[in-house]
Design a protein around this ligand. Structure first.
Ligand code: SF4
Length: 982
């Protein structure tokens, strides 16, 4: 473990941390120590989850020690992520920390945790809840009874994720669902999906008390929408009619069962149910029915919303009040739930309906009038006022398939009442008002941060936006405003989207561009309709067919099962077909997050247009109107237009995040729309410096050169590129391959021959640019090990293996968690290869011609050194040598290198030791030789060294061995982008 002292707190990190990880942990510690809220953005692959866990758990551990004397409720960390598979990944990372002895639990639903065969088999989640509750009430679930009896052992369970808990519960026959809830009481850290935290109803059901807690929302890029959805609800006349039917049936059953008690009991009668099974009295159920009838009448008489401008949110509250709904925790909501529970448990016998409509009404009441986990109303007077402003009611006529079915009471057309929360700040403020200690929101894509902060409407005192850890030569990013051949403006605005000329030009451009991209390509469109339209056009004019020959084209499946098999097909193509595959998808769709497309699975993301939400969508209209109203009263408040645009760009940033998935990944991001030229500032901060506007020719050439850097390396080796590059460049592979790629491109004929020829015409100037690119990339690769300065670099060398292991671990976990088919074989090859090719070359790398002359000698030397040095030493040594060459007169650096060489070589490999003398700077060379002689205990070795040193003395000082010619050096800050900037 590596200790870091941050804000006076020692954080133990499993590896030597990157600077961005240290910065990130600092921000986390600052938030927790000061009790402040934070927004923490750090791109994918920067190890933010591990940093977050280590920093927050270190703080909690210290806090518990310092406050051990106080007799207070324990302070807990609540860690929320979007899905359970993401949480499972976080739990795995937790286990790798030094804090893994701390107590954890993972909360899940009965869908994930129930092991009762009958309940598990139910399809509907709400049926599972109702039937389980009924079984628990009647003490008929064996697993729950066992749980009650074994509680003391259950609370001692070691940290486990949901899968492990289910296994444990199945083996020992206790209920994992209730076990997780029990473990929550004493847990230091509670993991849960974030709707459990944002939704007041869920907090109450799961008894989640957030007072004094640290709340962490990981993958928080969608949290605005989640906050709004958690506080929004809809109900229709049909739901109310369903409630009435269910209540009437139960009333009838009550009457029947009463008369049955006076008649002889028929054992075979399925209606013969214990009258005590229902906890609602006849009076209560009659009252409830009257209230629902009233609700239905009132709803039928309400006017539908006109002109897309909804009514104030308190309309819903007044509606419920007018029907005399009892908001008390033991009032109407409880009665609705009891009846539903009763019906669901008997749905196979006396009741055909499962009582789902009853649940809908109870959910509606609870959303409009939320209670805290103790059953107290969450609304203060102030909050009530907020409800008036923040919520809107939209009433429309029902347009579902059941629209013919009129209201039971009035026979009018059914209506639907939408209760919309239009400010994510509402849910956030609710949390804050319960005295949370800190709320941390983190993700790879939270930009634009200003709008994010403004929308959430709580103070965020600490904001960090980390840069990526990749080098400049790992990403190629360009905006293409005009199509192939410069013929058409590329813009997917609504009026041009269906224009056949635009569609054709887009198809030609895409077809040409993918020629210069290896592996997988993800193409994101604004909506499914656009994909359908362009694909139809491309199928008509043969573009689709030719594209498909160049790269297998797949179109995102909307059906979940089909989508999963499509991902398998995609991965199979990527692994087996050199051409690779291209996947058409929509922004905000299944592909835009949650699936890992690392390495060759995604070498490019292409963004077609800007994915604005449908501008006529009623909720979007209402939201923009709400923001504009606020903006009229306060010019600093965000306008509807700004929000609309920023939402679209956040979706784009999310798509772009698919391309670089770890430190050694590389790829291209292409924007096929001229509107990006004026909106670069809305892209993620780490991406902005890479993005330039290019013409089609520039893009083709840029892509070719960019991927040519990597094309001479086998697929398995590609992710090790930044360091390997120095080695490959020195032996001339890159130059050779670039040339052959160019020739190949020029000779390739196809239906867009004219365009392509025009685009890849190679001028003298181009050739020189290409050559520069190779050198620039080489310089970048070499400088990647120098940037942190001599001392830091030397420290890093000792841990680089570990850091690679860390990258490897993260990568493996990502694959396990998200990929339909894991690719461990490839992954392990990658890590092995990296070590094999760590660059030995000094910073003063020779030009290609000199390097060619030295190639075999270097190769030989490299393999001998690797064989001679023990495992793990060799990569450290290559870095040390690099540092030594950069800082020739730095004695401290030299001495570290000398120590490694003496210990590894002097005794058993004196010849190799002396061969290395020529790589020691002249200033220390004599000292180096003497150190070898002194430290070699064997007489034979000393003699050999003495002989060799006398032979070598001339050699090492010969002019040919003086500092080698340097490659062309790019000054710091100089752009390496090969594009022709406009
Ligand atoms: S108590 Fe547990 S095992 Fe039994 S039905 Fe409920 S969730 Fe399932």
């Amino acid at each position: 473990m590596h200790p870091y002292v941050l804000d006076g707190l020692t954080v133990l990190f499993p590896f030597e941390a990157y600077q961005c990880q240290v910065d990130y942990m600092k921000a986390v510690v600052a938030c927790l120590v000061r009790g402040q809220n934070g927004i923490l953005e750090s791109p994918t692959g920067t190890g933010k989850t591990l940093s977050l866990l280590c920093a927050s758990l270190a703080w909690l551990e210290q806090y518990k020690i310092l406050n051990a004397e106080l007799n207070e409720a324990p302070v807990q960390i609540i860690y929320a992520s979007r899905t359970h598979s993401q949480l499972a990944q976080v739990v795995k990372e937790f286990k790798s920390t030094d804090y893994n002895r701390m107590k954890i639990t993972v909360l899940g639903s009965r869908d994930q945790l129930c092991i009762h065969p009958e309940v598990k088999a139910l399809e509907n989640s709400s049926d599972k809840i109702s039937v389980c509750r009924e079984k628990v009430r009647q003490k008929t679930c064996l697993f729950h009874r066992n749980f009650e009896m074994t509680k003391p052992e259950v609370v001692k369970l070691p940290p486990m994720d949901i899968e492990d808990l289910v296994k444990e519960g199945t083996q020992k026959k206790f209920c994992p669902y209730f076990a997780a809830r029990e473990l929550k009481e004493k847990a230091d850290i509670i993991f849960m999906p974030y709707n459990y935290l944002l939704d007041a109803k869920a907090r109450r059901i799961h008894k989640i008390n957030v007072r004094k807690c640290v709340l962490i929302f990981d993958e928080a890029h969608n949290i605005e929408q989640q906050c709004e959805d958690a506080a929004s609800v809809v109900i229709s006349s049909l739901d109310l009619a369903g409630c009435l039917e269910d209540i009437t049936k139960v009333m009838q059953w009550m009457i029947d069962s009463q008369s049955a008690t006076t008649a002889p009991v028929d054992e075979n009668d399925e209606n013969n149910v214990d009258a005590n099974a229902l906890s609602v009295t006849q009076d209560q159920i009659c009252n409830l029915k009257l209230k629902v009838v009233k609700l239905e009448e009132l709803l039928d008489n309400m006017k539908t919303t006109k002109g897309n401008i909804p009514s104030p949110g308190d309309t819903a509250y007044k509606w419920l009040k007018s029907a005399e709904i009892d908001f008390n925790p033991q009032g109407d909501v409880q009665h609705l739930l009891d009846i539903n529970q009763f019906m669901a448990a008997r749905s196979n016998t006396i009741f055909r309906s499962n009582g789902h409509s009853l649940l809908k009404l109870s959910e509606f009441i609870e959303t409009v009038y939320p209670l805290d986990e103790n059953g107290q109303p969450l609304f203060t007077l102030d909050m009530d006022a907020q409800r008036k402003g923040v919520f809107k009611v939209y009433l429309e006529e029902e347009t579902s398939n059941n629209e013919q079915r009129p209201s039971i009471i009035t026979a009018k057309r059914p209506k639907k009442l939408h209760y919309w929360c239009l400010s994510p700040g509402f849910a956030m403020r609710q949390l804050c008002m319960q005295n949370t200690r800190s709320i941390l929101l983190t993700s790879g894509t939270l930009s634009p941060i200003d709008s994010f902060k403004a929308q959430l409407a709580i103070p965020f005192d600490i904001v960090i936006q980390n840069n990526h850890i990749i080098e400049q030569n790992q990403l190629f990013a360009g905006i293409l405003p005009r199509s192939a051949g410069n013929k058409h403006l590329l813009t997917s605005v609504y009026r041009t989207r269906q224009n056949p000329e635009y569609q054709e030009a887009l198809g030609q451009t895409l077809h040409n561009v993918i020629k210069n991209i290896p592996g997988g390509v993800l193409v994101f469109f604004p909506c499914y309709k656009m994909i359908e339209e362009v694909v139809a056009t491309w199928k008509n004019n043969a573009t689709f067919e030719t594209m498909n020959q160049r790269k297998r084209v797949l179109i995102e499946q909307r059906n979940k099962a089909k989508f999963e098999s499509q991902m398998k097909e995609f991965n199979t193509i990527i692994d087996n077909d050199e051409r690779g595959a291209m996947l058409f998808a929509v922004a905000r769709g299944k592909l835009s997050e949650g699936i890992d497309f690392s390495d060759k699975s995604c070498r490019a993301v292409i963004i077609i247009g800007i994915p604005f939400a449908p501008h006529q969508d009623r909720r979007v209209v209402a939201k923009r109107h709400y923001l504009d109203e606020n903006n009229r009263g306060n010019k600093d408040a965000m306008s509807g237009d700004t929000w609309y645009s920023q939402q679209a760009f956040r979706a784009i940033n999310q798509c772009v995040g698919r391309v670089i998935r770890h430190r050694r990944d590389y790829g291209a991001v292409l924007f096929f729309d001229q509107r990006f030229e004026n909106n670069k500032d809305k892209l993620s901060k780490w991406l902005c410096p890479y993005v330039h506007t290019v013409d089609f020719t520039g893009m083709m050439k840029g892509l070719k050169d960019f991927f040519a850097q990597y094309s001479s390396i086998s697929t398995a080796e590609q992710s090790t590129r930044p360091i390997q590059q120095a080695f490959f460049a020195s032996i001339g592979h890159i130059t050779t391959t670039s040339k052959s790629s160019m020739q190949q491109a020029v000779s390739s004929e196809d239906i867009f021959q004219t365009t392509i020829k025009q685009s890849i015409k190679t001028t003298d100037e181009d050739t020189s640019n290409k050559s520069n690119l190779v050198h620039k990339s080489l310089f970048d690769a070499i400088s990647s090990t120098q940037r942190t300065g001599p001392t830091v670099a030397l420290q890093n060398t000792g841990t680089d293996d570990k850091q690679r292991d860390f990258d490897a671990m993260l990568e493996m976990k990502r694959r396990e968690a998200t990929r339909v088919e894991s690719l461990p074989r490839k992954f392990f090859r990658t890590t092995e290869t990296f070590e094999d090719n760590s660059s030995i070359l000094p910073s003063n790398t020779p030009t290609t011609s000199v390097a060619n002359a030295k190639t075999s000698e270097y190769r030989e030397l490299l393999s001998q050194l690797k064989a001679a040095m023990s495992h793990g030493i060799y990569p450290r040594f290559t870095h040390m040598l690099q540092d030594h060459k950069t800082h020739k007169t730095d004695r401290e650096i030299y001495l570290k290198l000398q120590t490694v060489l003496v210990e590894s070589l002097a005794k058993h490999h004196p010849k190799l030791f002396m061969d290395m003398a020529r790589h020691i700077s002249a200033e220390f060379r004599q000292e180096y030789i003497q150190a070898g002689q002194t430290h070699s205990p064997s007489n034979n070795a000393q003699q050999t060294l003495t002989v060799l040193s006398s032979n070598k003395r001339k050699d090492v000082s010969s002019p040919s061995d003086q500092d080698m010619p340097s490659p062309k050096v790019i000054k710091s800050g100089q752009s390496i982008n090969p594009f022709r900037c406009k």
